[in-house]
Ligand binder design. Structure first.
Ligand code: SF4
Ligand code: SF4
Ligand code: SF4
Length: 322
């Protein structure tokens, strides 16, 4: 079965399951994807009645990590459409007790990897007006051009490196599991970052963060950024100023990355949300890689494995506290 056929079959099953869950009142709302208003986009939607379930779609542009909505809907029973990375975030959030187990029904989708819309847009001079998927290809059309692209050449870096495309824990799986393998061994940006000296790394970090406008879209897109008051907004204590001074911006980026250690699923939603196209995942993916090497831990892969940075034992080494 090619990607288009698989997506259509998955879409049908998502709709069917959503209708069943809403009709039986097992959930109050289904959070999934609907058609975006622009080409190359799908948008998160909230479906509350069985009749609305036919608005749910599945295709190569269902890129958001929908686990980010969980902490905003706490009184409701939620049916959530999850890819491998979303399901990992759900497990990480369960460790942090962000919802009650009976509040959530997971509709798991074995993921076909998502298409990098910015990469597609950069491949064309004119405005893209229509996009369609056929087999394992996508056709892009504008006023005076029409071109067919190989899907695999336009995947997000986080998807190229992903080895957990099948959701680990779900209540129902719609679609046959995909074979787990990465297209590249190491995230391309982490690979470049690791080659640099400490001074080069700092320069690279400063160059990226210097474009930040502090819109916090990266924070809002991330399921693991759920604090009622983020440290950047706190006025008592006041950790950073509100302006655009480089030291304040750097501080935000460093703290954000460290807050994700051992918690980030590597979904890449933060980077995709950034209007300034600032690279963010080289830091979080590097920390993910370090957590794997040091503790054998990958976020949300084993529901029973305690997160290393929020777990301690009295025998832990503590020379560093001297
Ligand atoms: S990171 Fe993995 S599970 Fe998530 S969208 Fe990409 S390929 Fe799918
Ligand atoms: S930090 Fe970025 S890559 Fe990691 S879970 Fe949050 S949105 Fe996903
Ligand atoms: S989304 Fe981009 S510009 Fe906005 S705060 Fe995050 S890094 Fe800065």
């Amino acid at each position: 079965m090619n990607t288009e056929e698989r997506s259509k079959a998955i879409q049908g099953k998502i709709r069917e399951k959503a209708k069943e869950l809403l009709s039986s009142k097992k959930v109050d709302v289904i959070i999934g994807f609907g058609e975006g208003t622009l080409p190359l986009r799908a948008t998160p939607i909230f479906v509350r009645t069985p009749e609305e379930a036919d608005r749910l779609i599945w295709n190569s542009f269902c890129e958001n990590n929908l686990a980010t909505y969980l902490h905003k809907l706490s009184p409701f029973k939620v049916g959530l459409v999850v890819k491998g990375c979303d399901a990992r975030s759900v497990i990480a959030l369960a460790h942090e007790k962000r919802f009650k187990p009976d509040q959530l029904f997971l509709i798991g989708v074995p993921c076909q990897r998502m298409v990098d819309r910015r990469k597609v847009m950069k491949a064309f001079e004119g405005e893209i007006l229509r996009v369609s998927e056929q087999g394992d290809e996508i056709t892009v059309e504008g006023d005076d051009f029409k071109k067919t692209l190989k899907r695999e050449d336009f995947l997000y870096p986080s998807c190229q490196v992903c080895v957990h495309r099948n959701p680990v824990k779900t209540d129902v799986l719609v679609g046959d599991p995909v074979e787990e393998s990465s297209l590249v061994e190491v995230h391309p940006d982490v690979k470049e970052f690791e080659k640099m000296s400490p001074e080069e790394r700092w320069r690279y970090f400063e160059k990226e963060s210097s474009r930040c406008i502090r819109c916090y879209a990266c924070r809002e897109a991330c399921p693991m950024c759920y604090c009622a008051e983020c440290f950047v907004d706190s006025s008592n204590p006041k950790w950073i100023e509100k302006g655009l001074s480089p030291s304040d911006i750097d501080f935000y980026h460093i703290v954000r990355a460290y807050h994700q250690s051992g918690r980030c699923s590597g979904c890449g939603a933060c980077e995709r949300a950034c209007p300034m196209e600032i690279k963010l995942t080289y830091l979080t993916q590097k920390l993910n890689q370090d957590a794997k090497e040091m503790f054998g831990f990958e976020t949300g892969v084993d529901p029973d494995a305690p997160p290393p940075l929020s777990t301690y034992e009295t025998e832990d080494r503590q020379e560093f506290i001297k």
